[in-house]
Write a protein that binds this ligand. Structure first.
Ligand SMILES: [Ca+2]
Length: 240
């Protein structure tokens, strides 16, 4: 282990929006984002020393402003990872490299857009209508899409912890729409506003699209959804 670490050599960064900050180009590089909506980081290039548990060189992403937040991923290897999406308006990233084996590095962009691509798994995860949930009402003039996917053979189950969206008889102003599939041409499970669905919603396919629309006036608290993957068809229910 004689060669000195040259940790940040070969790493290229592309950060489109000026509010991102880059800290400490040392053996450990860290980035945090703080912005008005959920940072979505999409990798366009990725090549970091491969190891089954990413024990050597790796990139870590956390769902908050430090490494004490829940971890979103520990990444290495040469396969371009799925986009990383934080639940709030902060994401902390850390790149660590050891003294040997260097690869090209990675390039990622992040955006202020709401929505994103999320993976439903056996453990419950949270999804919020907007990053200021709990402090402020959702913003007006919003169109967001979240695509939830899971492994083939599983379905996706949503439970609504909070749901307060501007009420209208046909949900013509602000609403969420749920689709059993990858896009809005798929079977629509429902359009909801007001106090939303009373029960959970189950999508039997391996993808579910959630669209959120708000118009220019009157905003409410928003929604907090928990989502999980589920194998059992007998859970099938949309509304009771
Ligand atoms: Ca509205």
């Amino acid at each position: 282990m004689s060669p000195p670490a040259q940790s940040v050599l070969g790493i290229r960064r592309q950060i489109r929006k000026p509010s991102a900050s880059l800290v400490d180009p040392g053996p450990t590089s860290q980035w945090t984002s703080s912005r008005a909506s959920q940072p979505l980081r999409v990798f366009s290039e990725f090549e970091i020393e491969q190891h089954q548990e990413c024990a050597y060189d790796h990139l870590e992403a956390f769902d908050g402003d430090s490494d004490t937040a829940a971890i979103l991923g520990r990444l290495c290897g040469s396969k371009i990872p799925e986009p990383l999406v934080s639940t709030g308006n902060k994401m902390y990233m850390r790149f660590i490299s050891d003294a040997s084996v260097q690869r090209k590095g990675f390039q990622a962009t992040h955006s202020t857009e709401c929505g994103g691509r999320l993976k439903a798994e056996a453990c419950q995860k949270n999804l919020y209508s907007h990053s200021q949930f709990g402090d402020n009402n959702y913003p007006g003039h919003t169109d967001c899409e979240w695509l939830l996917t899971t492994e083939q053979g599983y379905g996706i189950e949503l439970s609504f912890i909070t749901f307060e969206v501007e009420e209208e008889a046909d949900c013509g102003y602000d609403y969420i729409e749920l689709y059993n599939g990858y896009d809005a041409n798929s079977h629509r499970l429902g359009r909801f506003c007001g106090s939303g669905p009373r029960e959970g919603v189950y999508s039997p396919g391996d993808a579910m699209l959630i669209r959120f629309h708000s118009d220019d006036t009157i905003s409410k608290k928003g929604f907090h959804i928990r989502y999980t993957s589920s194998k059992f068809q007998e859970n099938l229910h949309t509304r009771k």
